[in-house]
Design a protein around this ligand. Structure first.
Ligand SMILES: [Zn+2]
Length: 307
Protein backbone atom coordinates (compact mmCIF):
# COMPACT_ATOMS: atom_id res chain seq x y z
CA UNK A 1 0.00 0.00 0.00
CA UNK A 2 1.24 3.48 -0.96
CA UNK A 3 0.22 6.77 0.66
CA UNK A 4 0.43 10.41 -0.42
CA UNK A 5 -1.26 12.45 2.30
CA UNK A 6 -1.94 16.11 1.50
CA UNK A 7 -2.22 17.45 5.05
CA UNK A 8 -1.15 16.89 8.64
CA UNK A 9 -0.21 19.16 11.55
CA UNK A 10 2.40 16.75 12.90
CA UNK A 11 5.55 18.91 12.74
CA UNK A 12 3.73 21.91 14.21
CA UNK A 13 2.46 19.76 17.11
CA UNK A 14 5.82 18.06 17.69
CA UNK A 15 7.67 21.38 17.61
CA UNK A 16 5.26 22.74 20.25
CA UNK A 17 5.04 19.65 22.45
CA UNK A 18 8.53 18.24 21.90
CA UNK A 19 9.24 14.84 20.38
CA UNK A 20 10.56 13.21 17.25
CA UNK A 21 8.97 12.25 13.97
CA UNK A 22 10.45 8.75 14.36
CA UNK A 23 8.74 7.87 17.68
CA UNK A 24 5.86 9.77 19.25
CA UNK A 25 2.35 9.26 20.64
CA UNK A 26 0.61 11.40 18.01
CA UNK A 27 -1.20 10.33 14.84
CA UNK A 28 1.90 10.00 12.64
CA UNK A 29 5.31 8.53 13.40
CA UNK A 30 7.77 7.07 10.93
CA UNK A 31 8.08 3.90 12.98
CA UNK A 32 4.35 3.20 12.53
CA UNK A 33 4.47 3.99 8.78
CA UNK A 34 6.89 1.16 7.97
CA UNK A 35 4.18 -0.99 6.35
CA UNK A 36 3.80 1.52 3.51
CA UNK A 37 5.80 0.67 0.39
CA UNK A 38 5.96 4.35 -0.59
CA UNK A 39 4.94 7.27 1.61
CA UNK A 40 4.81 10.97 0.78
CA UNK A 41 3.55 13.19 3.58
CA UNK A 42 2.70 16.87 3.37
CA UNK A 43 3.81 18.45 6.65
CA UNK A 44 2.07 21.77 7.31
CA UNK A 45 3.49 24.62 9.34
CA UNK A 46 0.24 25.81 10.86
CA UNK A 47 0.17 29.59 11.48
CA UNK A 48 -2.36 30.45 14.24
CA UNK A 49 -4.67 33.37 13.39
CA UNK A 50 -3.21 35.53 16.19
CA UNK A 51 0.08 35.82 14.26
CA UNK A 52 0.33 38.37 11.48
CA UNK A 53 3.21 40.25 9.81
CA UNK A 54 6.69 39.50 11.18
CA UNK A 55 5.29 37.48 14.10
CA UNK A 56 3.87 34.98 11.58
CA UNK A 57 7.21 34.79 9.74
CA UNK A 58 9.06 34.19 13.03
CA UNK A 59 6.59 31.44 13.92
CA UNK A 60 7.12 29.79 10.53
CA UNK A 61 10.91 29.97 10.97
CA UNK A 62 10.72 28.25 14.35
CA UNK A 63 8.70 25.28 13.08
CA UNK A 64 10.78 25.21 9.88
CA UNK A 65 13.99 24.79 11.92
CA UNK A 66 12.37 21.83 13.68
CA UNK A 67 11.41 20.33 10.28
CA UNK A 68 14.98 20.69 8.95
CA UNK A 69 16.28 19.03 12.09
CA UNK A 70 13.97 16.04 11.58
CA UNK A 71 15.08 15.67 7.94
CA UNK A 72 18.71 15.65 9.13
CA UNK A 73 17.97 13.07 11.86
CA UNK A 74 16.16 10.62 9.59
CA UNK A 75 18.19 9.37 6.60
CA UNK A 76 15.16 7.47 5.26
CA UNK A 77 13.23 10.77 4.95
CA UNK A 78 13.98 13.25 2.15
CA UNK A 79 12.16 16.06 0.40
CA UNK A 80 9.77 15.01 -2.36
CA UNK A 81 11.29 15.69 -5.76
CA UNK A 82 14.88 16.23 -4.58
CA UNK A 83 16.06 13.13 -6.45
CA UNK A 84 16.76 10.90 -3.44
CA UNK A 85 14.93 7.59 -3.51
CA UNK A 86 14.09 7.26 0.19
CA UNK A 87 11.17 5.25 1.57
CA UNK A 88 9.64 8.32 3.22
CA UNK A 89 9.30 11.70 1.49
CA UNK A 90 8.17 15.08 2.75
CA UNK A 91 6.31 17.96 1.12
CA UNK A 92 6.49 21.20 3.11
CA UNK A 93 3.41 23.44 3.27
CA UNK A 94 2.21 26.47 5.19
CA UNK A 95 -1.33 26.47 6.57
CA UNK A 96 -2.17 30.17 6.55
CA UNK A 97 -0.80 32.59 3.94
CA UNK A 98 0.02 34.92 6.86
CA UNK A 99 3.29 32.96 6.92
CA UNK A 100 4.57 35.19 4.11
CA UNK A 101 4.29 38.18 6.46
CA UNK A 102 2.17 40.18 4.03
CA UNK A 103 5.01 40.71 1.52
CA UNK A 104 6.19 39.16 -1.75
CA UNK A 105 9.71 38.97 -0.22
CA UNK A 106 8.14 36.82 2.50
CA UNK A 107 6.69 34.55 -0.19
CA UNK A 108 10.16 34.22 -1.73
CA UNK A 109 11.52 33.28 1.70
CA UNK A 110 8.96 30.43 1.89
CA UNK A 111 9.92 29.32 -1.64
CA UNK A 112 13.62 29.32 -0.64
CA UNK A 113 12.72 27.08 2.32
CA UNK A 114 11.17 24.56 -0.08
CA UNK A 115 7.47 25.27 0.57
CA UNK A 116 5.38 23.58 -2.17
CA UNK A 117 1.85 24.39 -1.09
CA UNK A 118 0.24 27.33 0.72
CA UNK A 119 -3.19 27.09 2.32
CA UNK A 120 -4.19 30.69 1.59
CA UNK A 121 -6.00 31.23 4.90
CA UNK A 122 -6.86 29.50 8.11
CA UNK A 123 -10.31 30.30 9.57
CA UNK A 124 -9.87 34.06 9.96
CA UNK A 125 -8.91 36.84 7.56
CA UNK A 126 -5.28 37.51 6.67
CA UNK A 127 -3.40 39.72 4.19
CA UNK A 128 -4.47 37.48 1.26
CA UNK A 129 -8.14 36.71 1.81
CA UNK A 130 -11.08 35.96 4.08
CA UNK A 131 -11.06 32.61 5.82
CA UNK A 132 -14.16 30.39 6.03
CA UNK A 133 -15.24 31.83 9.42
CA UNK A 134 -14.61 35.52 8.62
CA UNK A 135 -17.75 37.49 9.58
CA UNK A 136 -17.54 39.60 6.43
CA UNK A 137 -16.37 37.74 3.32
CA UNK A 138 -14.15 40.10 1.33
CA UNK A 139 -12.81 37.34 -0.95
CA UNK A 140 -9.25 37.58 -2.24
CA UNK A 141 -7.49 40.93 -1.56
CA UNK A 142 -5.42 42.75 -4.21
CA UNK A 143 -2.30 41.49 -2.44
CA UNK A 144 -3.79 37.97 -2.45
CA UNK A 145 -4.20 38.11 -6.24
CA UNK A 146 -0.59 39.29 -6.72
CA UNK A 147 0.64 36.61 -4.30
CA UNK A 148 -1.23 33.83 -6.14
CA UNK A 149 0.29 34.89 -9.49
CA UNK A 150 3.75 34.87 -7.88
CA UNK A 151 3.13 31.49 -6.24
CA UNK A 152 2.35 30.04 -9.65
CA UNK A 153 5.68 31.35 -10.98
CA UNK A 154 7.49 29.84 -7.99
CA UNK A 155 5.81 26.41 -8.44
CA UNK A 156 3.91 26.73 -5.17
CA UNK A 157 0.34 25.39 -5.28
CA UNK A 158 -2.50 27.48 -3.76
CA UNK A 159 -4.72 25.52 -1.37
CA UNK A 160 -8.40 26.48 -0.85
CA UNK A 161 -9.12 24.45 2.31
CA UNK A 162 -10.26 26.98 4.98
CA UNK A 163 -10.80 29.69 2.33
CA UNK A 164 -14.09 31.67 2.25
CA UNK A 165 -16.62 31.08 -0.54
CA UNK A 166 -15.94 34.42 -2.24
CA UNK A 167 -12.22 33.84 -1.83
CA UNK A 168 -12.63 30.54 -3.64
CA UNK A 169 -14.42 32.07 -6.63
CA UNK A 170 -11.92 34.95 -6.80
CA UNK A 171 -9.10 32.40 -6.88
CA UNK A 172 -10.84 30.32 -9.57
CA UNK A 173 -11.10 33.52 -11.68
CA UNK A 174 -7.47 34.51 -11.05
CA UNK A 175 -5.61 31.20 -11.19
CA UNK A 176 -3.79 30.28 -14.39
CA UNK A 177 -2.74 26.87 -13.07
CA UNK A 178 -4.55 24.08 -11.18
CA UNK A 179 -5.08 24.51 -7.44
CA UNK A 180 -6.13 22.07 -4.74
CA UNK A 181 -8.07 21.57 -1.52
CA UNK A 182 -5.65 19.72 0.77
CA UNK A 183 -8.09 18.68 3.52
CA UNK A 184 -11.80 19.19 2.82
CA UNK A 185 -14.99 17.13 2.45
CA UNK A 186 -18.31 17.58 0.62
CA UNK A 187 -21.13 19.89 1.68
CA UNK A 188 -23.39 16.96 2.54
CA UNK A 189 -23.13 17.27 6.35
CA UNK A 190 -25.46 19.54 8.26
CA UNK A 191 -23.51 21.13 11.09
CA UNK A 192 -22.25 24.72 11.38
CA UNK A 193 -18.54 23.96 11.03
CA UNK A 194 -19.00 21.53 8.16
CA UNK A 195 -21.23 23.95 6.24
CA UNK A 196 -18.44 26.55 6.34
CA UNK A 197 -15.42 24.25 5.84
CA UNK A 198 -16.68 21.72 3.30
CA UNK A 199 -16.90 22.23 -0.46
CA UNK A 200 -20.16 22.66 -2.36
CA UNK A 201 -20.84 20.56 -5.46
CA UNK A 202 -20.08 23.61 -7.59
CA UNK A 203 -16.70 24.13 -5.91
CA UNK A 204 -15.81 20.44 -6.31
CA UNK A 205 -16.66 20.55 -10.03
CA UNK A 206 -14.57 23.71 -10.51
CA UNK A 207 -11.52 22.19 -8.78
CA UNK A 208 -11.81 19.08 -10.98
CA UNK A 209 -12.35 21.11 -14.17
CA UNK A 210 -9.24 23.17 -13.39
CA UNK A 211 -7.15 20.00 -13.08
CA UNK A 212 -6.96 20.21 -9.28
CA UNK A 213 -7.25 17.56 -6.56
CA UNK A 214 -9.05 17.27 -3.22
CA UNK A 215 -7.69 15.52 -0.14
CA UNK A 216 -10.55 14.01 1.87
CA UNK A 217 -10.33 15.08 5.54
CA UNK A 218 -10.86 12.48 8.30
CA UNK A 219 -12.13 15.04 10.85
CA UNK A 220 -15.36 13.73 12.46
CA UNK A 221 -17.01 17.12 12.23
CA UNK A 222 -16.59 17.37 8.45
CA UNK A 223 -17.46 13.73 7.69
CA UNK A 224 -20.75 13.31 9.50
CA UNK A 225 -22.96 13.84 12.52
CA UNK A 226 -23.28 11.67 15.64
CA UNK A 227 -21.57 8.30 15.23
CA UNK A 228 -21.70 8.48 11.46
CA UNK A 229 -18.12 9.62 10.90
CA UNK A 230 -15.97 6.56 10.28
CA UNK A 231 -15.20 4.40 7.22
CA UNK A 232 -18.70 4.61 5.75
CA UNK A 233 -18.67 8.41 5.91
CA UNK A 234 -15.35 8.51 4.04
CA UNK A 235 -16.85 6.16 1.42
CA UNK A 236 -19.86 8.49 1.07
CA UNK A 237 -17.75 11.65 0.62
CA UNK A 238 -15.36 10.00 -1.86
CA UNK A 239 -18.25 8.52 -3.88
CA UNK A 240 -19.93 11.93 -4.01
CA UNK A 241 -16.74 13.56 -5.30
CA UNK A 242 -16.27 10.84 -7.93
CA UNK A 243 -19.86 11.35 -9.13
CA UNK A 244 -19.15 15.06 -9.59
CA UNK A 245 -15.67 15.04 -11.10
CA UNK A 246 -14.50 11.51 -11.92
CA UNK A 247 -11.86 9.28 -10.37
CA UNK A 248 -8.73 11.27 -11.21
CA UNK A 249 -8.86 14.03 -8.61
CA UNK A 250 -9.79 12.43 -5.26
CA UNK A 251 -6.95 12.10 -2.77
CA UNK A 252 -6.22 11.82 0.97
CA UNK A 253 -5.89 14.82 3.31
CA UNK A 254 -6.03 13.13 6.70
CA UNK A 255 -5.55 16.21 8.91
CA UNK A 256 -3.69 13.91 11.33
CA UNK A 257 -2.57 15.64 14.53
CA UNK A 258 -4.87 18.55 13.70
CA UNK A 259 -8.39 17.36 14.50
CA UNK A 260 -10.65 14.83 16.23
CA UNK A 261 -10.82 11.58 14.24
CA UNK A 262 -12.91 8.41 14.81
CA UNK A 263 -10.88 5.77 16.73
CA UNK A 264 -11.03 3.45 13.70
CA UNK A 265 -8.80 5.87 11.76
CA UNK A 266 -6.98 8.14 14.20
CA UNK A 267 -3.42 7.18 13.33
CA UNK A 268 -1.37 6.23 10.31
CA UNK A 269 -1.29 2.58 11.46
CA UNK A 270 -5.08 2.34 10.97
CA UNK A 271 -5.27 3.38 7.30
CA UNK A 272 -5.16 -0.22 5.96
CA UNK A 273 -8.54 -0.75 7.67
CA UNK A 274 -10.03 2.13 5.67
CA UNK A 275 -8.34 0.91 2.49
CA UNK A 276 -9.80 -2.60 2.93
CA UNK A 277 -13.26 -1.25 3.75
CA UNK A 278 -13.34 0.84 0.56
CA UNK A 279 -12.12 -2.19 -1.41
CA UNK A 280 -14.95 -4.31 -0.02
CA UNK A 281 -17.44 -1.61 -1.07
CA UNK A 282 -16.65 -1.47 -4.76
CA UNK A 283 -13.41 0.53 -5.08
CA UNK A 284 -11.00 -1.30 -7.43
CA UNK A 285 -7.30 -1.78 -6.59
CA UNK A 286 -6.47 0.88 -9.19
CA UNK A 287 -8.94 3.39 -7.78
CA UNK A 288 -7.65 2.79 -4.24
CA UNK A 289 -4.04 3.36 -5.33
CA UNK A 290 -5.12 6.47 -7.26
CA UNK A 291 -6.87 7.93 -4.21
CA UNK A 292 -4.27 6.96 -1.63
CA UNK A 293 -1.26 7.88 -3.78
CA UNK A 294 -1.21 8.26 -7.55
CA UNK A 295 -3.65 11.15 -8.11
CA UNK A 296 -1.66 13.42 -5.79
CA UNK A 297 1.68 12.18 -7.13
CA UNK A 298 0.66 12.87 -10.75
CA UNK A 299 -0.69 16.32 -9.80
CA UNK A 300 2.52 17.40 -8.06
CA UNK A 301 4.85 15.94 -10.68
CA UNK A 302 3.02 17.82 -13.42
CA UNK A 303 2.88 21.10 -11.52
CA UNK A 304 6.14 21.26 -9.62
CA UNK A 305 8.61 19.70 -12.00
CA UNK A 306 7.49 21.01 -15.40
CA UNK A 307 7.32 24.61 -16.59
ZN1 LIG B 1 -6.75 22.79 8.65
Amino acid sequence: MRLFDLHCDTITELCREGGSLRHNDGDISLDRAGYLTQYVQDYAVFIPDEYRGQAAVDYFDKVYAYYRGQLAENPDLSEYGDGQDTKFQAVLSVEGGAGMGGTIEGLHHLADCGVRLITLTWNGRNELASGCFDEEDIGLTDFGKIAVAEMEKLHIVPDVSHLSKKGFYDLADTAQKPFLASHSCCDIVDNFKARHRNLTDDQIRIIAQHGGIIGVNLWKMLLGNGDDNSYDAVLRHMSHMIELGGEGFVAMGTDFDGCDIHPDMNGIQYLPGLYDYLGRHGFSEKLLDDIFFANADRFFRRLLFTN
